[in-house]
Design a protein around this ligand. Sequence first.
Ligand code: GLU
Length: 467
Amino acid sequence: MSELRVRFAPSPTGYLHIGGARTALFNYLLARKEQGTFVLRIEDTDVERSTQESVDAILDAMTWLGLSCDEGPIYQSDRFDLYRQKVQLLLDKGLAYRCYCSAEELDAKREVALQEGRKPKYDGSCRARNDQPDAPYVVRFKLPDPDGEVSFNDRIKGVIRVRNEELDDLIIQRTDGTPTYNFVVVIDDAEMGINLVIRGDDHINNTPRQIHLYRALGYEVPEFAHVPMILGDDKKRLSKRHGATSVMAYQEQGYLPEAMINYLVRLGWSHGDEEIFSLDELIEKFSIEAVGRSAGVFNPDKLLWLNSHYIKNGDPQRLAGLLEPFLVKKGIDFTAGPDLVAVVKGLQERSATLVQMADGASFYFAETLEFDDKTRRKFLTEDNRRLFSELKTALESCDLYDETHLEPALKSVLQKMDLKFGKVAQPLRAALTGGAPSPGIYELLEVLGKERVINRIESALNQLTAP
Ligand code: GLU
């Protein structure tokens, strides 16, 4: 174990989105690479917006991606006592104060500031107050030294410097007594020994405030690495307009977790011009230093390309297991055969997603084949009657359904009818698939097996129409 302790700290107010998953992944990879510790912390202090459903959705997505944590999930809602103690500590030290300003008063002050062209910020009017009226209050952190500045060396963005006068007295406890994000994140990161905070750069403006809080609470300040955000192809912040932003929506669309991982890591990180990385390779090669400073652009075509790569090269046995729920969803009963693994092998080359694979698998399991119009008109015609009869006889008497035995069976039909291979294979393929794309004829015959093959040829014979 190294000293490195990182964390992923999602707020359970929705599903795990692409950006969050990438942050989790970067943390996970670095922890694994450096044999550090990866902590998962659920930031649910905003009781109004946090739901168990979102917690479950986030945990499911992490499990699907394989991002296992070493500690956690730790829930902030279990730690309110600790936060209350820390609020009290700052109050006792005179580093925080109760603020009784009402929302209306604050709004009015904000209006005036905006009208006068000033940046609206709290004017500190309750700072010097000693009375404790029986009225709702928030607790604010007293920003130290208005003339000073705070700076940190971000591992991705470089040195960031902010003058204290840009900041104001942050609310650390709401009127309902619950603590706020900027306060608890500091306590937890410090108490959990996090020494590198990797998170989205939407939090970069919070970091100077948090650094002041670390110091006020007597904690060591960790290192920070703020990861640039993800944009859509129009260079606007990634949103639903650009496609699904929920990680699990991609699972439903038939993506493999390894494709998603490979895709996510390349949104901001690179290693030469390599595109394909296994998880083990990523653990070996990942570094914060190779994370770029500019935003990554979400490209659904590339994700699809990666997914087809992983489907093409995936273990058929595993893919068959992953395909099952997609078949069930389509109402396909695959239990009576043909062998699902064999079916998968025939579809891997031609399926970019598991949804496409399930579509492609339909004809194998169909009780009655649906013929598309073109196939019906082209092949299910009376002038093919003799061909189908000959095929039936030849394939019925073929005992072993493998290429070595099937090839002479088909050849006998070619010779008997003096036809070229294509003139035999095409109608046969049509009778077996209904016109759906399929693998080579021998593989198709082998996977379907004799009984299905003969049934399908018979069924074609029963449907022939005048040409
Ligand atoms: N809970 C915060 C969020 O979901 C993340 C906080 C952090 O990483 O510091 O945006």
